[in-house]
Write a protein that binds this ligand. Structure first.
Ligand code: 5RP
Length: 293
C-alpha cells in the first residue's frame, strides 16, 4: 500500500504543451486502428517508412525450392538483417525459434501445387491461428485475370474482414499467370483492385517502364517481389529503382537466398532500401562482406 503521508501536492500539467497528435507515416494508413498501425510499424521501419521483407514461403506450392532445402541452416542466419519474415505457419512452428521477435507475415492462402492450376486457392489458415502466432500481417495471393480470379479476390476480402476484427493487416500478393504480360498497365489494374477491396499493402513485381504510375495509383504501400534470380548488381539496381519510383520496400526471396553470399546480399539490399545507398556502393558492400566470409 502506498504511503499516503508522503503524497506530493504539487503537479505539473504542462499547460503550454499541446498533446501531440501525429499522422501515421504510412501512405493510406492513417485511418487504421491502433493495433493495425502498430503491426504495420513492426513491418515498415518508422525511421525510413520502408521494409526489407525476407520471403521464403515458396514451399507452400513448390516444395523444397533451391536455397530453401534447410531453412534452419540457410535462412535463419539471414533473419537478423530482415525487418520481416514472410513464411508459412508450418515453417514458423517447426523451424523458427519463438524467441525470435521479428515481425512475421504469414502466408494465409494455399491449397494448390505447381502441378495444378495455381489460382485455385483458398484461405488456408484460421484467423485464430494467426492470432496465436502473433503475426504482424497475413498474406494472400490474388490472381487478377487468372482462371480463379473471383475466388482469389474473395479470399482476400474475407481475410481483410477477419483481420480487421483483430487489428491484423492483409498483404495482397499479385500473382501473374504465365500467359499474362507483366507491364505497368497490368500492375496498375491488379494493385488498385487489391487496395480498393481492402488490402493494407500490396506486393507486386517491378517493371522497367512506368513503374512510378503503379505506385502513384495505388493508395496503400507497395513492396516488390524479387522474382527469379538475377546477378547481384542487377537485383540491387532493381530494388533501388523501385524505391526511387515509390515502392516502400522489397519482399525478396530468391535474389537473396539463392545468392552466392546470402548474408552479404541481404545487407546490401538493406543499404539500398534503408540507407538510400546506390546499387554500385551496395554491390561494393556485398563484395566486401562476401570476401570477409
Ligand atoms: C510466392 C511469393 C514469394 O514470397 C515471392 O514471389 C517473393 O519471392 P521472390 O523474391 O523469390 O520472387 O509470394 O508466391
Amino acid at each position: 500500500m502506498a504511503d499516503l503521508d508522503a503524497v506530493k501536492e504539487t503537479k505539473e500539467y504542462y499547460l503550454d504543451i499541446p498533446q501531440k497528435s501525429e499522422a501515421f507515416y504510412l501512405k493510406g494508413s492513417n485511418a487504421l486502428g491502433w493495433g493495425m498501425q502498430n503491426r504495420l510499424a513492426r513491418i515498415f521501419n518508422p525511421k525510413t517508412g520502408r521494409t526489407v521483407m525476407l520471403a521464403f514461403d515458396h514451399g507452400y506450392f513448390q516444395g523444397a525450392t533451391t536455397g530453401l532445402e534447410r531453412i534452419d541452416v540457410n535462412i535463419m542466419p539471414l533473419a537478423p538483417y530482415a525487418d520481416t519474415l514472410m513464411l508459412t505457419r508450418g515453417i514458423l512452428r517447426s523451424v523458427v525459434p519463438p524467441s525470435m521477435t521479428k515481425a512475421i507475415v504469414m502466408r494465409a492462402s494455399g491449397g494448390t501445387s505447381m502441378l495444378k492450376e495455381l489460382s485455385n486457392e483458398e484461405i488456408a489458415v484460421d484467423i485464430e491461428d494467426s492470432i496465436r502466432m502473433n503475426v504482424a500481417a497475413m498474406a494472400v495471393q490474388v490472381f487478377i485475370g487468372g482462371e480463379h480470379e473471383k475466388q482469389s479476390i474473395i479470399n482476400m476480402t474475407k481475410l481483410v474482414d477477419q483481420g480487421t476484427r483483430y487489428g491484423i493487416p492483409t498483404l495482397a500478393v499479385t500473382a501473374v499467370g504465365k500467359e499474362m504480360v507483366r507491364d505497368a498497365r497490368y500492375f496498375r489494374l491488379a494493385t488498385r483492385i487489391c487496395a480498393e477491396l481492402g488490402a493494407h499493402y500490396v506486393k507486386t513485381y517491378y517493371v522497367e517502364k512506368d513503374f512510378e504510375t503503379v505506385t502513384a495509383s495505388c493508395p496503400v504501400p507497395i513492396v516488390i517481389a524479387g522474382g527469379k534470380k538475377l546477378p547481384e548488381l542487377d537485383a540491387l539496381k532493381m530494388a533501388c529503382n523501385a524505391i526511387q519510383q515509390g515502392a516502400a520496400g522489397v519482399d525478396m526471396g530468391r535474389n537473396i537466398f539463392q545468392s552466392d553470399a546470402p548474408v552479404s546480399m541481404i545487407q546490401a539490399v538493406r543499404a539500398v532500401v534503408h540507407d538510400n545507398e546506390s546499387p554500385e556502393k551496395a554491390f561494393e558492400l556485398y563484395e566486401t562482406l562476401k570476401a570477409e566470409g
